[in-house]
Ligand binder design. Structure first.
Ligand code: T4K
Length: 391
């Protein structure tokens, strides 16, 4: 890692990169390896590797307790969890979702023959704008999926009110929001159910994995059946289903990672504060903040590059990548601009001005337990130098 203080130090101007090895966004946070190997050893001794094993059951209890919710139904990944939740809620026809989200939110509907209707976001929160959601409701609308983007809860009360007024199902894609709260209530307690992702790149991972959190006993029972082919006991299938089960080794990873949650939050928060301190005062550059009165996982360092910045967002990305800092343009260009949806709804962009605006501005910077303070400072120095020296 080298010192960056003038434009001549930048790799894009011919100098060597700031980092020898690539710095990734979404580097996995990994807990105590010995503890994981112990779980794995016991699992091999038991010869019970999948199908609602003891580690999955223990993990589900602990995740439910952590979020103060009655049920946690683990799944093989967040996308299948979304698909199962959507099906269990009986959504069909049209469902309103943001376009500014990971493609899985939209795909989990289309995959089941449901039309995702893209509603615009609030440019300040990056979450669904309830007033726009209201305008997108048609006779075919059966539900709304809010996304707690970057771990910031969507406007849950306003969306619930709209859902109640129109008899719509409401659920949340909480893939980013493990351990986050809204007005003191943990995520997992809003809408009919909420879906977590435990993908390797997430704040909390089980290699791959996901879960549905709900307080609805009947819904929980239905989703448990659906994730296991509808089996209600030996040779007795009572429901349509698929294979959405979490495996034991994933639950072992989850149990280990639950023990290190506090240290991951601390590392993320410290990184966020360092970025904030070192990026303050740059024209057109802003860092999304966190509400200190709520529980946050601080997993995403989201920088916005607005008009007043002398360097464009895409140029900054080029500069960062040249330094081996693999910052990301999440979630550019928005689902509506991705091939499968662009062809279906070529004019969607006309009603998504804020989505387009935000998607053109965002850069997500590396954070997590693998980032030391001086690494964060160097990333910030590259950005400062690029902006000030107009790289
Ligand atoms: N809803 C939302 C709002 C989501 O963000 C997601 C997932 C879902 C639903 C669906 O949940 P899952 O079905 O995935 O459980 C990544 C993740 O694959 C995806 O899980 C995540 N969102 C999304 C935001 O990010 P990509 O296409 O960016 O992945 P990729 O391969 O480019 O990796 C991202 C970065 O992480 C790279 O810089 C490399 C680094 N990385 C990745 C892995 C897997 C590592 O350093 N180590 C690793 O093991 O989607």
């Amino acid at each position: 890692m080298k010192n960056i203080s003038t434009a001549a130090d930048l790799a894009i101007n011919g100098a060597s990169p700031a980092f020898d090895q690539p710095l990734h966004v979404g580097r996995p946070n990994i807990g105590d390896r010995e503890a994981f190997l112990k779980y794995a050893g016991e699992m091999f001794d038991r010869r019970w590797l999948s199908n609602n094993g003891p580690l999955v059951q223990e993990f589900e209890r602990k995740v439910a307790d952590y979020h103060g919710v009655r049920h946690c139904i683990t799944m093989c990944n967040g996308t299948v969890a979304l698909e199962i939740a959507i099906r269990a809620l009986g959504m069909e026809g049209e469902v309103i979702v943001p376009s500014y989200t990971f493609i899985a939110t939209a795909h989990s509907l289309s995959w089941q023959g449901i039309t995702p209707v893209f509603a615009d976001i609030d440019p300040d929160t990056h979450c669904l704008d309830p007033q726009v959601v209201r305008r997108m409701i048609t006779l075919r609308t059966t539900g709304i999926i809010g996304v707690h983007l970057w771990g910031r809860p969507a406007p849950v009360e306003a969306l619930q009110q709209i859902a109640d007024e129109h008899g719509l199902q409401l659920m949340f894609d909480a893939a980013h929001a493990f351990g986050c709260s809204h007005r003191g209530t943990m995520v997992g307690n809003f809408g009919r159910c909420e879906v977590l992702s435990f993908h390797a790149t997430k704040f909390f991972n089980t290699f791959e994995g996901g879960a549905i959190l709900t307080n609805d006993d009947e819904l929980a029972e239905k989703m448990r059946l659906m994730r296991n082919f509808g089996f209600a006991g030996l040779d007795n299938v009572i429901h349509m289903g698929t294979n959405g089960k979490m495996i034991e080794v994933a639950a072992a990873m989850g149990l280990v990672n639950l023990e290190s949650i506090d240290s991951v939050i601390q590392a993320n928060q410290r990184n966020h504060e360092t970025y904030r301190a070192h990026l303050s005062g740059l024209p057109g550059i802003s860092l999304r903040g966190f509400d200190p009165t709520e529980r946050n996982n601080y997993q995403y360092v989201v920088m916005e590059v607005a008009e007043g910045c002398p360097v464009s967002r895409d140029r900054l990305i080029e500069v960062l990548h040249a330094e081996n800092i693999l910052a990301r343009k999440y979630f550019w260009p928005g689902c509506h601009n991705m091939k499968p949806y662009r062809e279906l709804y070529p004019h969607a962009g006309l009603v998504l001005p804020n989505t387009n605006l935000v998607a053109e501005r965002v850069i997500v910077l590396p954070t997590g337990t693998t980032m030391r303070q001086e690494m964060v400072e160097t990333v910030a120095a590259v950005i400062r130098t690029s902006v000030k020296g107009r790289a």
